[in-house]
Design a protein around this ligand. Structure first.
Ligand code: SF4
Length: 288
């Protein structure tokens, strides 16, 4: 069964609107990866098809939160924090549940950026606090690898941007925030003789010194991108677009029962028609 029914008509950027536009940290990352996909999503409502959630990772996150919450209630350091000489305790704050999105409002910590009229949001896993009230952004990660864990892989550059955006958000909120963020990695071990209904994890902490000096300029570029009536270009190294373009060529040469025009007609609504006309006006080139 398909749950995907594009285009979406909610949460679209409207250049004429005076209402603040909510921009999550994951959408900022999406813009960095490919302004075109970002534009199709936030301006035209063509988001990526949804993925099933990573339920095992979610389970690890939930249990880690519970573990740190026990210590939060006692203002105590975790044994790992002692092992890694981190002079801090899990933060107690009346807003923490919102920042962590414990109530599934999908907003997290927010700050209003006046210049772009954006509300920048990000859901943090945890925040620790030093005796001098400096905050540390903390992110829990789950993996399963026999290699030494590092932040050097290409896809982990997104992890770094993630905590840097959080650091920026909390600074905008008036907190003193350390450049150092901590990743708590839970690494599922695979060398046990058998499963026995349990996974064992090695947990370690990786410190990362971030810099948020790119965040503000990127948010301004995002505003300019969304205001523009032209769709940005493809990212040259994207396998999905290579796949789409190759598919388009093959489909144009081969008769097919259904074409995309028929599918769009089936899903059109009065508002959909309006958006579609707008898309056609915006895109003389093909979307992909
Ligand atoms: S290159 Fe194409 S598929 Fe890839 S991210 Fe950009 S718009 Fe999306």
């Amino acid at each position: 069964m398909s749950y995907y029914n594009p285009p979406r008509f909610k949460n679209l950027f409207d250049p004429k609107s005076k209402q603040p536009f909510v921009l999550s940290r994951s959408k900022i990352d999406s813009f960095i990866k490919c302004p075109r996909c970002f534009y199709l999503d936030r301006r035209l409502g063509l988001g990526e098809p949804p993925m099933p959630s990573f339920t095992l990772n979610d389970a690890v996150d939930t249990l880690m939160k519970k573990e740190f919450d026990i210590l939060r209630a006692k203002s105590m350091r975790h044994a790992l924090m002692e092992k890694y000489n981190i002079d801090a305790v899990p933060l107690v704050h009346s807003e923490l549940a919102n920042w962590r999105d414990d109530n599934h409002k999908y907003l997290g910590a927010t700050t209003f950026h006046k210049k772009t009229n954006f509300i920048i949001s990000g859901i943090v896993d945890d925040v620790w606090v030093a005796p001098d009230k400096t905050l540390f952004i903390v992110d829990y990660k789950s993996t399963s690898t026999t290699k030494e864990i590092s932040l050097d892989d290409e896809y982990k550059q997104g992890y770094k941007r993630q905590v840097e955006i959080y650091q920026w958000i909390f600074r905008q909120k008036g907190f003193k925030v350390s450049d150092t963020a901590y990743f708590v990695f839970a690494n599922a071990q695979k060398n046990n003789e058998k499963f026995d209904g349990k996974l064992e994890f090695l947990v370690n902490i990786i410190a990362y010194k971030g810099s948020d000096n790119w965040v503000e300029s990127t948010i301004e570029k995002i505003r300019a991108c969304l205001e523009n009536d032209t769709i940005p270009d493809y990212s040259p190294n994207c396998d999905f677009c290579k796949y789409r373009l190759a598919g388009q060529k093959l489909e144009s040469k081969t008769p097919a029962k259904n074409n995309s025009a028929t599918i769009i007609k089936q899903t059109e609504t009065p508002i959909g028609t309006k958006i579609k006309q707008k898309e056609e006006k915006l895109t003389k080139q093909s979307l992909f």
